[in-house]
Design a protein around this ligand. Structure first.
Ligand code: PLP
Length: 452
């Protein structure tokens, strides 16, 4: 039995898989933040190139990946899938655990799967510059890489606390050529407004999104770019699951459970949507699980409602699971999972019962991360460790039920820039935060009123 299952370069997928072609119900409309009416492609044109807007609303099942993108994907794709034999032995399970490793990309996570196509389509549309936000810096470094490959400028609004706490990610972005500022910044009207009332604002992802959107909306040469949540981002990430479908065939197996950690939903969409296609068609019945932190429990404790994507309420309204656009989660180490909302596609599939959600506290997650690191030899990102933890929980559950299941999870990235978090954990300094019931109730009371 091989432990590392690889594909040939020629097997890099030639198309992305668009789940909107197969969903039981069509996606809910996106609404204009001012009028509350459904928006059309033209409303988004100041922010995104038309090719991405078309992908955002397309119902074509398979969308061709341009050769130029496949050639760049070939720098790290197809990524390996492993049978976690040593992890299975360490936890003494009879189940078979597999993981797809996306940490082999130049930015160390799944995010270049979408930053490369986003930069490509912007270049094709004649845009010169891309503005975006980043929390802990994973998305910013992926976008900076994509922009540099296509000769575009990139401007990254980085949440101020992370800018000061995580200097290495900022440095990586600058190496790849990005201009990085701490957000809130003096560079935008909404940044200046927040600083005038709260000069010491630590920033948040919602604020940084507001700044990047304002930057792109007010400059002809600039697009906005988002590293998760949107339909076209989930689409690009399906290369992960499409490769896994082939790799599971080589392993002569099929997953009973498919798991991804969930911040905005893109890596879990990426690994699971091609398997959900089988589930919707009724040919297979895998369970699909989205795993989130207990301190930012969007799918497990949020409501399914229309909300803004950002704090300053500049973005369109989308129907998603949300904790409220002004919810500010505790400063847990999985920075990539601290978003108040979720992908509308993942949300709808969750609402319709095709995806399950679980939430775990960070100390249990880090405990599982160490078991994984010590048995498999890979240092996992704190975000990805939520998926590892769920895989271990599911394997134990199967053991108790006397079943032998195949469990597949997405190891979305490595944790080399997160060693301080491991240091805190090993030093006994990592704490679990209470379920933020009151903060959620408060933020949910500010949801926009949208006619049902
Ligand atoms: C950004 C990030 C995530 C969370 O984003 P999703 O869109 O939910 O995938 C998860 N893992 C890693 C390593 C990340 O960098």
């Amino acid at each position: 039995m091989e432990t590392k299952i690889v594909l040939k370069d020629s097997e890099i997928p030639k198309t992305w898989y668009n789940i909107m072609a197969d969903m039981p119900n069509p996606p809910e409309a996106v609404l204009h933040p001012g009028t509350g009416k459904p928006i059309g492609p033209d409303d988004l044109a100041p922010l995104f190139p038309m090719a991405l807007i078309e992908q955002e609303v397309s119902t074509q099942r398979f969308i061709p990946i341009p050769d130029e993108i496949r050639r760049i994907y070939a720098l790290w794709r197809p990524s390996p899938m492993y049978r976690a034999k040593r992890l299975e032995e360490a936890i003494k399970t009879r189940s078979r655990i597999y993981y797809k490793y996306e940490g082999v990309s130049p930015a160390g996570s799944h995010k270049p799967n979408t930053s490369i196509p986003q930069a490509y389509y912007n270049k094709m549309a004649g845009r010169k510059r891309i503005a975006t936000e980043t929390g802990a810096g994973q998305w910013g470094s992926a976008l900076a890489l994509g922009a540099s490959f296509f000769g575009l400028e990139s401007k990254v609004y980085m949440v101020k606390v992370s800018y000061h706490q995580k200097p290495y990610r900022r440095m990586l972005m600058e190496v790849f050529g990005a201009k990085v500022v701490p957000s809130p910044s003096e560079d935008t009207q909404c940044g200046r407004q927040i600083l005038s009332t709260d000069p010491d604002s630590p920033g948040s992802l919602g604020i940084a999104i507001s700044e990047a959107v304002e930057d792109a909306a007010t400059r002809e040469d600039t697009s906005y770019s988002l590293g998760s949540v949107l339909n076209h981002v989930c689409l690009h990430q399906t290369v992960v699951g499409l490769e896994c479908v082939e790799q599971m065939k080589i392993a002569n197996d099929y997953p009973d459970v498919v798991i991804g950690c969930c911040g905005g939903g893109s890596n879990m969409a990426g690994i699971s949507f091609p398997f959900l296609r089988d589930k919707i068609a009724g040919s297979r019945n895998p369970r699909v699980i989205a795993v989130e932190p207990a301190s930012c429990p969007t799918l497990t404790k949020g409501v399914y409602a229309y909300d803004f994507g950002d704090t300053a309420r500049l973005t369109p309204l989308v129907k998603m699971y949300t904790l409220g656009h002004d919810f500010i989660p505790a400063g847990i180490h999985a920075g990539g999972l601290r978003y108040h909302g979720d992908s509308p596609l993942v949300s709808q599939l969750c609402h319709e019962g095709l995806i399950e959600a679980q939430a775990y506290h960070q100390t249990g997650v880090f405990q599982s991360a160490l078991v994984f690191a010590r048995s498999e030899g890979i240092l996992p990102a704190p975000e990805s460790s939520h998926a590892i933890h769920s895989a271990i929980v599911e394997a134990k559950r199967a053991d108790e039920e006397g079943k032998e299941e195949a469990i597949l999870f997405n190891l979305s990235g490595h944790g080399f820039f997160d060693l301080a978090a491991y240091d805190d954990y090993l030093g006994g300094k990592l704490v679990d935060h209470e379920h933020p019931e009151n903060k959620i109730r408060e933020a949910l009371s500010h949801l926009p009123k949208v006619g049902a």
